[in-house]
Design a protein. Sequence first.
Length: 104
Amino acid sequence: MPRLRLGDKHSAFTIGVGVSAGEYGDFPLCTEQNCSHGTDPTRYVFWGNVELGGEHWFRRGFAVRYFVGYAHGCTTESCNTTAYGASLNIPYAGFGIGYAFGQR
């Protein structure tokens, strides 16, 4: 996902917008014994994502990044809110820490 970074080399606010796609299904995936909607447990979904976050770089190369986002999916058949009961509107959040070698 491309992100716009607003800030200096130590702290920044980020805004990201992107698209992705892949197989997606309800959990637990259905089997022949418990599948009420057929034998295909997943659908191919195209996702539109938007994300807001921040990042902070500390001395000696350590970094912290956090973000919140929202993803909306569309199957190849429609842009309904679900695919076999699995939601196609998903809020998400994340947090990461890292180290960049060679930073001073």
